[in-house]
Design a protein around this ligand. Structure first.
Ligand code: 7TS
Length: 399
């Protein structure tokens, strides 16, 4: 049986080239980078190279900071909790603006801050699943401390108008943070062009290792240290640096964001995604949630009328295909997906969405196999669905 991994928005395979770069830092060059001897300083060239790759990958200015964190969840928590302590508890602001379709690393942290007395506005997306920049403009208040809007949505792949939002925030003098976790390696992320003050990311979403991510911080942006202790990461996040992870993330960023890599994503990955989608859409009563415009090239979120998303995943898993119903982070509860609810769609739609997310490691042969298996699963599940009369009823004489 062929195995086809189509859940790359949950996590990706580590690129073998990344793995090779990481290996020496476990048993050979294992010194503490802060030590004065060669075992420690031997790590420096590759750490510096990793930083160069990270800066180049998002077009950061040399004077800005990129702090290596554990993941995007940590970076997002850091930004929001710092905003609360620095600007709200110890300042004169009260308000944060975000969207209803952020990852829980943002929304759950905002809910926590609301319990501490912070006022949060959750903006809704339009019927195409996109947050409109004007909505941000209208929600801004004199006491707004932060706007946090994702670069691309993890469920639909929809790309949000970060440049426009960045401009609005700059004019208003409000700090703009964007969770770019699903954008890096899929679309161009240019922090200067977007006028963004901070972005979060996780290496494992672009073929780097798990457990390492980053926060980009534009020079002059107020931010409390995340961890107090040693001088690592300029004193912003103390604790001995995980060199292997940092080097791996740097290499992964380089491999994912150079011009050729983005062109490949745009051509090869988009071609496979579009083929998968177009073939699936030939099935009746099947739609792409949010529509097909303006998305990351690797993602499609499809609703199959009459088919419970979870049942579909079960069938696909039996055929060797890994997909997802919305975010894996939320898959332990069978609540309707909040992202789909945010579209104002009916609850059936919210329960029938299946997300397929591709990567540069998928092949056309895999996609052909996936199309075949998805078609089979939909037909089987509709055949046994009490709410969907799709399968031609076999007339059995005498019954
Ligand atoms: N932000 C976004 C936009 C994400 O998509 C995710 C993970 C995170 C933050 C958290 O990343 P972590 O590395 O800190 O865990 N998103 C998903 C997903 O869509 N399915 O599984 C995980």
């Amino acid at each position: 049986m062929m195995e086809v991994y189509l859940d790359n928005n949950a996590t990706t395979m580590v690129d073998p080239q990344v793995f090779e770069e990481m290996k020496p830092f476990f048993c050979d060059i294992y010194g503490n980078p802060n030590s004065l001897h060669r075992f420690g300083s031997g790590t420096h060239p590759k750490m510096l190279e990793a930083l160069d790759y990270l800066y180049a990958g998002i077009n950061a200015n040399d004077e800005d900071d990129i702090v290596v964190t554990a993941n995007a969840t940590e970076s997002n928590n850091w930004v929001l909790q710092s905003t609360w302590i620095e600007q709200i508890l110890n300042g004169d602001k009260k308000h944060i603006i975000t969207s209803e379709v952020e990852h829980p690393a943002i929304t759950a942290t905002c809910k926590f801050l609301e319990r501490q007395g912070v006022e949060v506005t959750y903006l809704n997306v339009n019927e195409e699943g996109v947050l409109e920049a004007d909505a941000v403009k209208e929600a801004l208040r004199d006491d707004t401390a932060l706007v946090s809007i994702m670069w691309a949505n993890n469920e639909t792949g929809k790309i949000f108008p970060v440049e426009e939002i960045g401009k609005i925030c700059k004019e208003a003098g409000v700090i703009f943070h964007s969770d770019a976790t699903q954008a890096i390696g899929k679309v161009k992320v240019d922090v200067q062009a977007a006028n963004v003050d901070m972005i979060s990311f996780s290496a494992h979403k672009f073929h780097g290792p798990k457990g390492v991510g980053g926060l980009y911080i534009k020079k002059g942006t107020p931010l409390m240290p995340l961890m107090h202790g040693g001088e690592q990461m300029g004193g912003r996040r103390a604790g001995t640096v995980d060199v292997a992870s940092m080097v791996g993330m740097g290499k992964a960023m380089h491999l994912a964001t150079n011009t050729m890599a983005l062109a490949y994503e745009e051509n090869h990955v988009r071609m496979l995604r579009d083929k998968l989608e177009s073939e699936i859409l030939k099935l009746p009563d099947t739609i792409v949630i949010g529509g097909r415009e303006n998305r990351t090239p690797n993602t499609t979120l499809i609703s199959f009328k009459g088919v419970e998303g979870e049942s579909m995943l079960w069938d696909l898993n039996q055929s060797g295909i890994g997909a997802s119903t919305g975010s894996a982070c939320a898959s332990e509860d069978l609540e309707a997906n909040p992202v789909m609810n945010a579209f104002g769609s009916d609850s059936e739609l919210a329960h029938t969405g299946v997300r397929f997310s591709l990567s540069r490691f998928n092949t056309e042969e895999q996609i052909d196999y996936a199309i075949e298996q998805i078609t089979k699963a939909v037909e089987r599940l509709r055949g046994i669905s009490s709410s969907y009369a799709y399968a031609p009823q076999k007339h059995v004489s005498g019954l």
